[in-house]
Write a protein that binds this ligand. Structure first.
Ligand SMILES: [Zn+2]
Length: 241
């Protein structure tokens, strides 16, 4: 019945406007071309990343996959392969102590409706139907508003699904993040709170301690080591062998 009704109205419309069929055809073609463009942009970004990146080659390490979700605006990814590479490289440098190496799993396009995140609800929505179990999902956005201070923006956040805080969580990075921000958020992912240690990247206070000598401290590594063990045991993270 429904199909008959649709066919009936389609006939009527076409009689009324024969250009409609051309118009519909054109829209379909443009949608296909657009999807093709998006695929090519992502492919190129992955190719560039692979060309500068060094694989985890120590088999004593647990390789944890990171899947990147990134919006494409005006046929361009909002950040480039060098920036992504630097975030992962710095994280690998600092996580080597607990024998963890992060490896790119995949890069996928993220709907541009998430390019600017203003609310907690938007952050939560990101995790709906997009997460892969056993790895870390990383979302990159153009703007990540500070939901506590109006008008301010932040560089990154470790975000939890309010309905499953322990098991369902992900990281959001603003494209303006400097190179140690992913490592900081991964610190949270591995159970660390903010700290007061002068040399720790978990200390958010402005201070003179040289940026290139900042990392995690012994006490923090102990917590991270335990978190790693727990997450692997309960298969929240599944290292690749
Ligand atoms: Zn933090």
């Amino acid at each position: 019945m429904l199909i008959k009704t649709i066919a009936h109205w389609a006939k009527k419309l076409l009689k009324f406007n024969p250009n409609l069929i051309l118009c519909l055809g054109f829209s379909l073609v443009s949608m296909t071309v657009y999807a093709q463009d998006q695929t090519n942009v992502i492919k190129e970004l992955k190719r560039q990343y692979q060309s500068i990146h060094a694989s985890c080659d120590n088999d004593q390490f647990d390789q944890i996959k990171v899947k990147i979700h990134i919006p494409l605006i005006d046929d361009q990814a909002i950040q480039n392969a060098t920036w992504i590479h630097e975030q992962i490289k710095q994280s690998n440098r600092l996580f080597a102590k607990i024998k963890v190496c992060f490896e790119l799993d995949d890069i996928v396009a993220l709907s541009d409706q998430y390019n600017v995140l203003e609310t907690a609800n938007q952050r939560t929505k990101l995790g709906k139907d997009r997460l892969t179990s056993g790895l870390i999902d990383l979302f990159i956005v153009s703007k990540l508003a500070d939901i506590d201070i109006k008008g301010e923006e932040i560089r990154g956040v470790h975000w939890r699904n309010p309905k499953n805080k322990q098991k369902s969580r992900w990281i959001i990075l603003s494209k303006i993040a400097s190179h140690l921000v992913l490592a900081h958020e991964l610190g949270h992912y591995f159970d660390l709170p903010h700290s007061e240690y002068e040399q720790s990247i978990m200390n958010k206070k402005e201070r003179a301690y040289p940026m290139n000598q900042r990392g995690f401290v012994e006490d923090e590594y102990k917590i991270m080591e335990k978190a790693k063990k727990r997450m692997i045991e309960d298969q929240h993270l599944i290292p690749v062998k």
